[in-house]
Design a protein around this ligand. Structure first.
Ligand SMILES: *Cc1c(COP(=O)(O)O)cnc(C)c1O
Length: 349
C-alpha cells in the first residue's frame, strides 16, 4: 500500500498491576491526590457529561492564573503536558533550521520532531550530564527545548543560565519543560515579564499526583498562546474533559497539601541519594522526584532484573548509550525507599 507512515514511537515505562509491588519507574507521585480532589470527584454531577466540555477552560485557567500571578490569556490547558508539548512543536517550530535539544532529555522531543518532520539536532550534554549554555548561543536554530530540571538526569540548570539561552535566541521560541519544577528548582516564570519567546510547560501528573487524569498546561506571551490555541482548535478543541477540569481546579486550590507532600518527597530523595552513595553508587544531584544512579559492583541491567524479581520496578534505558550504565528510580514513600535500600543492601550483604 502507498502512503503508510512508519514511526519509531516513544517507549513509555511499563504499568505493571501487581498488588505488593513498589512501582518507581514512571515518576508518579508517591502520595494520593489531595482530599479536595477526591471530594470534587465524589461531588461531580454525572448529568453534566451530556454536554461537551469547555472550549476555553476559563475556570481552570483563572484558577491557575491567580495561583501563578499571570493573566488568563497567558495560559493554555491540554490533555497532559504531552498534548501541550506536541501542540507547541507544531505551532512554534516551522522554520528550515534545526530545533536544538539535549541528546539526553525527555525522549518524546525527538519523537515529535520526527512525527512532525521538524529538523532537529541533539546537543550532547557534558561528561557531568550538564546542559552547556554556550552550545545554545550564537547558533542559527529553529527553536530550543530544555527540560528544567532535565529528565532523566534530574539536574536543575540555574535560572540565570536559562535566561542567557532565552536572551540569545529571541527570534525563536524557547520551550522550558517544567514537569518537575515543584521538587526544588526555580521556575522560569519571571522571564515571561521580559521575554515573549519563552513558553513554559507544566503538568498535573507528577507534582499533583494526577498522572491518570491527563491535564497539563502551557504559559507564555498572549501572542504565543493565541498561535497555539489556533492549532489546538484545528485539531482537538475539547481536549480537557469536564471531570479533568473540575479535578485539576480542585488540585490548584489544594496547593498547600501538595507543597507538604512534595517537600516530603524531596526529603526522601535526599535521604535515598545519601544511602545509595554510601553503597558506592554514583547519584546525580536531583531536584526532581527521581534519581539517576550508576550502581557499583553490579551492572545496571543486572540490578534492574534483580529488583524486578523482587517486584521493585525501576526504569532502565537499554539502548541509550551512556545512559545504559544507569537506572532511574522514582521517589516513593519513605517506607518504600527504605525497602529498596534494604533489598539492594542484601545483594552486597
Ligand atoms: C512526565 C513528563 C511529561 C509529560 O507529562 P504528562 O502531563 O503526563 O503528559 C513531560 N515532560 C517531562 C520531562 C516529563 O517527565
Amino acid at each position: 500500500m502507498k502512503g503508510l507512515r512508519q514511526i519509531k514511537p516513544y517507549v513509555a515505562g511499563a504499568q505493571p498491576q501487581e498488588k505488593k509491588m513498589i512501582k518507581i519507574n514512571t515518576n508518579e507521585n508517591a502520595f494520593p491526590p489531595s482530599p479536595g480532589v477526591l471530594q470534587a470527584l465524589a461531588a461531580f454531577d454525572g448529568q453534566s457529561l451530556r454536554q461537551y466540555s469547555s472550549l476555553e477552560n476559563n475556570i481552570l485557567r483563572d484558577k491557575l492564573a491567580e495561583n501563578l500571578g499571570v493573566k488568563r490569556n497567558q495560559l493554555i490547558v491540554g490533555n497532559g503536558s504531552d498534548d501541550i508539548l506536541a501542540l507547541a512543536f507544531v505551532s512554534f517550530f516551522n522554520s528550515d533550521d534545526a530545533v536544538l535539544f539535549p541528546d539526553i532529555t525527555y525522549g518524546f522531543y525527538k519523537v515529535w520532531a520526527d512525527l512532525f518532520r521538524i529538523p532537529f539536532e541533539e546537543v550532547p550534554l557534558s561528561d557531568e550530564f550538564e546542559i552547556v549554555t554556550t552550545d545554545y548561543k550564537n547558533r542559527v536554530n529553529g527553536g530550543i527545548v530544555i527540560a528544567n530540571p532535565n529528565a532523566p538526569t534530574g539536574i536543575f540548570k540555574d535560572l540565570s543560565e536559562v535566561e542567557a539561552i532565552v536572551a540569545a535566541n529571541q527570534d525563536v521560541v524557547v520551550i522550558i519543560d517544567e514537569a518537575y519544577i515543584a521538587f526544588g528548582g526555580e521556575s522560569a516564570l519571571p522571564l515571561l515579564e521580559q521575554y515573549d519567546n519563552v513558553f513554559i510547560t507544566r503538568t498535573f501528573s507528577k507534582d499533583a499526583a494526577l498522572a491518570g487524569l491527563r491535564v497539563g498546561y502551557g504559559i507564555g506571551s498572549p501572542k504565543l498562546i493565541s498561535v497555539i490555541n489556533a492549532v489546538k482548535n484545528a485539531y482537538n478543541p475539547y481536549s480537557v474533559d469536564l471531570i479533568a477540569e473540575a479535578l485539576a481546579t480542585a488540585a490548584v486550590e489544594d496547593i498547600h497539601y501538595y507543597e507538604r507532600v512534595n517537600a516530603e518527597i524531596s526529603e526522601t530523595r535526599d535521604w535515598f541519594s545519601a544511602e545509595l552513595r554510601a553503597l558506592g553508587f554514583e547519584v546525580l544531584p536531583s531536584l526532581t522526584n527521581f534519581v539517576l544512579t550508576k550502581p557499583a559492583g553490579i551492572a545496571a541491567e543486572s540490578l534492574f532484573e534483580f529488583l524486578q524479581s523482587k517486584q521493585i520496578y525501576v526504569r532502565y534505558f537499554s539502548d541509550k548509550g551512556r545512559l545504559s550504565n544507569y537506572l532511574r528510580m522514582s521517589i516513593g514513600t519513605q517506607a518504600e525507599m527504605a525497602k529498596v535500600i534494604q533489598v539492594i543492601g542484601e545483594l552486597f550483604g
